[in-house]
Design a protein around this ligand. Sequence first.
Ligand code: ZN
Length: 242
Amino acid sequence: MKTLSTETRCVMTPHGAMDYTLERKKVKNINLRVRHDGSVYVSAPKRVPVREIESFIISRSEYIRRAAVYFAERDVKKAPPSYTDGERFMYLGKPLRLNIIADSREYADMCGDELQVHVRDSENTARIKKLTDDWYSRRCSEVFGEIVAEVGGRFRKYGVALPQLKIRSMTSRWGSCHYTKGIITLNRRLIEAPRHCIEHVVTHEFCHFIHPNHSKDFYALLGKEFPDWRASKNELERTVIL
Ligand SMILES: [Zn+2]
């Protein structure tokens, strides 16, 4: 669509001053978009006065603010961690603040909403990463192991034996099931998601022991064993970005 004019403007909203780009186009209505960098784009027909456009922006300012926060958080999650003091990690759907403590004994432990990493040299990022990763690995083994045992208990009635659990870093999937070998592999980043999201993935993989493919019968079984699976899947995809 042909842009007739473009200008950058600023409007006062209940959330403070907001810059936006106004494009005059041959459109029917005022359209508002928040880009991934948080910038606001508005396209409007030529005849609509600026005050009408700005009152529209003001009416949508809460949405704009939330969209900008959403994109900012999503992009932060995508960036690799820097293992610096105060950095935010996720654990079972809740934020954990990294607290680096200089100490002669080296270990990591969770305390309230903090992940406390005790390290001899608080500037040694590689060592802090190692201690953090080891802590997460232990938590993965414990939490995933518990969930596999719980879900396994529910699948005993179908004659499914308790599988071997493997935990891996995977870039494109949450889990997989080797149904002939009796192995379930889970993505270690699942530990960042709320527990019910992990339960959903584990239940999904258990269903593959009975129905290897994503057939109608597979989804019928998943729906029976985990009725809320769709909501958990959406929540997982929103909270942990692979
Ligand atoms: Zn599947």
